[in-house]
Write a protein that binds this ligand. Structure first.
Ligand code: DP6
Length: 394
């Protein structure tokens, strides 16, 4: 039979925002971290990468594997992408050797199309959702039997934080001890259903590509920061254990305190790097002050800030405290960015300056919450003929 079929599989994958941060590699080649980390997977209704992986004997071999990300061609021959594709092809090859009636998909070129519904490289963990979607879509295309945890070993090689986006809910990435990285993978701490009330309000202070990439920033920190060693060896193991307990007990007070301390510890190590790395700006500091202000006024921790390698503030809170948290923070933002909620606490007068900085500096707000892991979808971005499906908007 002349084979001219286009094989396709599509998936959507979520963003995750860490509350125990991954920062530092013990092996840059295998992308192994110096410390474990833990994140909350965010809902795909608001932030997601949608990816279609396809392969066919009709795709010209000379073109090799191709990727279109938000309609722009991207290389798949970077060491990170190659590591993912090589691992996935080799798993497919084992299936094909065990069952010769299977079509030899591992030998066909791959054409991949991916779209994000949020700005790429805006400090919004786009690489995490991107590599998680890429790995999940190809694994589905190849009908691989591997579990999400097993696939996380592959996604980790694309981008460390991507390994956590293969699972929903509350997810750890255990640093592991083995030299070959076979124990450095994602682990479910609790599913979304365990604590579904978790919400995240993302205050976008900049949608620009970050100045210092996570990869080069963390390498510089490992090489030069003396604070970093204590963080990796003492601080994170202690916080990690406490955070897992807080999640298990649905203890927001504990969760919030640890998340804020952790974010501060990570950014302190950035400042302790030579030359210093600064991801937080005045808007970030204003957000920190206002979150602190809300907590003080309410008399308990109802809101927790965390920042990745960029100035955008992610505020975690529980649905039950929406009135206090959103009611108050929304009042500090430009009109129209977020639906007003009545009854937020009145902040102390001393915070007028911070309110003004937030009002001027926050350009967009994304309201979301804890969500599920990648989902297989029938909505393909590549048609039966192997052509890109033209869509209006995202
Ligand atoms: C600050 O996963 O982007 O967001 O492995 O080099 O691709 P690479 O790094 P990446 O780093 C994310 C760092 C962080 C913290 C976190 O998500 O845990």
């Amino acid at each position: 039979m002349a084979e001219n079929k286009i094989y396709r599989a599509s998936t959507t994958a979520p963003v995750n925002i860490a509350v125990i941060k991954y920062w530092g590699k013990r092996d840059p080649h295998l992308n192994l971290p110096t410390n474990s980390s833990l994140s909350v997977t965010l809902s795909q209704s608001d932030l997601r990468t949608h990816t279609t992986a396809s392969c066919s004997p009709t795709y010209p071999p000379a073109e090799g594997d191709t990727l279109l990300l938000n309609s722009h061609p991207q290389s798949l021959s970077t060491p990170r992408s190659l590591a993912c594709l090589t691992s996935l092809r080799s798993l497919r090859r084992s299936l094909e050797s065990a069952n010769p009636s299977l079509p030899p998909l591992s030998s066909y070129p791959l054409h991949i199309i991916s779209t994000n519904n949020f700005p790429t490289a805006a400090g919004l963990a786009s690489s995490a959702a991107g590599f998680a979607a890429l790995v999940r879509a190809i694994a589905d295309l190849y009908t691989l039997p591997q579990s999400p945890e097993e696939l996380s070993l592959i996604a980790r090689q694309g981008s460390g934080s991507a390994c956590r986006s293969l699972l929903g809910g509350y997810v750890a990435w255990d640093a592991g001890h083995k030299g070959d990285g076979s124990d450095s993978r994602a682990r479910l701490v609790a599913p979304r259903s365990h604590w579904p009330e978790m919400r995240a309000m993302i205050l976008v202070a900049s949608a620009m590509k970050k100045d210092v990439s996570s990869t080069s920033g963390m390498q510089a920190t490992v090489a030069t920061s003396s604070l970093f060693r204590t963080r990796a060896e003492v601080v994170v193991p202690r916080e990690m254990a406490a955070m897992e307990k807080a999640i298990e007990g649905r203890d927001f007070e504990g969760f919030g305190k640890i998340a804020m301390r952790e974010s501060n510890s990570f950014h302190a190590c950035c400042l302790d790097t030579e030359p210093p790395i600064r991801y937080l700006n005045d808007v970030s500091w204003a957000a920190m002050q206002l979150v602190q202000g809300v907590n003080e006024k309410v008399g308990r921790v109802v809101a927790a800030y965390t920042f990745d390698a960029g100035p955008n503030c992610v505020v975690y809170f529980l649905e039950g405290d929406r009135r206090e948290v959103v009611g108050c923070l929304a009042g500090c933002l430009k009109e129209g960015l977020v639906e007003r909620v009545e009854g937020g606490v009145e902040l102390e007068d001393g915070l007028e300056g911070a309110k003004e900085v937030l009002r001027r500096g926050v350009s967009n707000v994304i309201m979301t919450g804890v969500g599920e892991g990648p989902v297989s979808v029938e909505d393909h971005l590549i048609d039966e003929k192997g052509e890109e499906v033209q869509k209006n908007g995202v």
